[in-house]
Design a protein around this ligand. Structure first.
Ligand SMILES: *[C@@H]1O[C@H](CO)[C@@H](O)[C@H](O)[C@H]1NC(C)=O
Length: 402
């Protein structure tokens, strides 16, 4: 009882300490209560495993700090996955090969989860640039072992792969609650080529910020991975993740731990999704969503009227080549007039070009990839997109094949 009170108290602390929680509802609803037993804490056998995660009720949200080569934004850890360990820390893998879905990027974008996909392209990235294979591996290896995501638990009529869409949405939401980089930085622990840290410096800083002790893994004395542990009330789709202290230590030594910087800047290193509708890398897709990239993060993108929003992104039709093309949306022609971008029935087409930047294909108007707005969108608040840099919020627009 005391333990439970303590947990709920600390959990409130964790929620408050977390700067950005993306309020994004799952497309699926499990219909499960979140007031039932907490996974790994039941005292009798629970028969409905659609609403109670078992045997994998000890959930690990794993994050990478990859510096060789550097992967992802320089000021953020990246997602490895969400793993369902048994309550005793043993685990199962590859539980249902019949649901080892491929084409995760397309599955997400065609099921209303383009915002999740855009976030993954920046923050759930493979060290060799094979994002699609990495995502497929994480789903098939770990996701298919989650009892609350088996097909028979889903609402009837759910599309094939709906549970995988829910898995990726949940992992992204959970990761957004766990800003490891920021928590360390708040305690004065920032990447360095010269400093080393003790394990207790790192874990006590993270415990002070988050309320819980994670496990830290090292490779040759260099910090490389973190495991944040949870139990779950309800379903992976929409249940409550209850943070807990790591039940076992990671592989880091007790002292002399290096936390080296990633190369580059906090600007994004997104990789576009592998798509069946694009040709060679860098070629212009005919159908695309357009994502806004700002300070290393992907924040929403363009709606069909051409405004910047964090709502579900519009699909644009592109005609031409990367050196000159026009765009339309469901609302009509897209164009720039008087320095602002819009799409609609009264808009005249203007020509755009696309510029490769790293692995992104950026939209350019008049040869410039700079776009700007008066604010950052959230919820139903959207902003007009202007060309140039005259307004308060600068960003670039990345063309992602859909
Ligand atoms: C908790 O529920 C799971 C799933 O039904 C079961 O395997 C396990 O034995 C239960 N634990 C206890 C202590 O009854």
């Amino acid at each position: 009882m005391l333990f439970e009170l303590l947990l709920s108290h600390i959990f409130v602390g964790l929620a408050l300490a977390t700067p950005q929680i993306f309020q994004r509802s799952s497309l699926l609803s499990s219909g499960c209560s979140t007031t039932g037993p907490q996974s790994c804490h039941n005292t009798t056998v629970v028969s409905d495993l659609c609403c109670f995660e078992a045997p994998g009720g000890l959930l690990l949200q794993t994050q990478f700090w990859d510096t060789n080569p550097s992967t992802g934004p320089s000021n953020s850890w990246t997602i490895h996955g969400l793993w369902p360990d048994h309550c005793d820390t043993t685990f199962s893998q590859n539980c249902d090969p019949s649901r080892a879905y491929t084409g995760i990027g397309n599955l997400l974008s065609s099921n209303g989860a383009s915002d999740t996909l855009a976030f993954m392209q920046t923050n759930w990235v493979d060290i060799n640039g094979q994002n699609e294979q990495f995502w497929e591996h994480e789903w098939s290896t770990h996701g298919t072992c989650m009892s609350t995501l088996v097909r028979s638990c889903l609402p009837s009529g759910s599309v094939t792969g709906a549970e995988a869409v829910a898995f990726f949405q949940t992992v992204v939401r959970l990761f957004q609650r766990l800003p490891t980089y920021t928590w360390l930085a708040n305690a004065g622990i920032t990447p360095s080529t010269t400093r080393t840290f003790t394990l207790s410096q790192l874990t006590s800083a993270l415990k002070a910020q988050s309320g819980f002790t994670p496990a830290l893994d090292c490779s040759s004395g260099t910090l490389n991975q973190i495991e944040w542990y949870f139990n779950l009330k309800g379903s992976i789709i929409d249940g409550t993740f209850v943070p807990i202290d790591a039940p076992k230590a990671g592989s880091c030594p007790s002292s002399g731990i290096r936390y080296p910087p990633k190369s580059g800047s906090p600007t994004t290193t997104t990789t576009p999704p592998t798509s069946t509708t694009t040709g060679a890398p860098g070629s212009l897709p005919t159908k695309a969503t357009i994502h806004a990239l700002q300070s290393g993060s992907s924040i929403g993108g363009l709606l069909s009227l051409g405004t910047w929003s964090t709502q579900t992104l519009a699909t644009f039709t592109l005609s031409g080549t990367t050196s000159s093309f026009t765009m339309t949306s469901s609302k009509g022609n897209c164009g720039v007039s008087g320095g602002s971008f819009a799409c609609g029935s009264g808009v005249s087409l203007t020509s755009f070009s696309a510029v490769s930047s790293g692995s992104n294909l950026l939209l350019a108007s008049g040869g410039s990839t700079a776009f700007t707005s008066d604010g950052v969108p959230s919820g139903t608040t959207v902003f007009t997109v202007f060309t140039g840099s005259a307004h308060a919020q600068d960003y670039t627009l990345s063309i992602v094949a859909s």
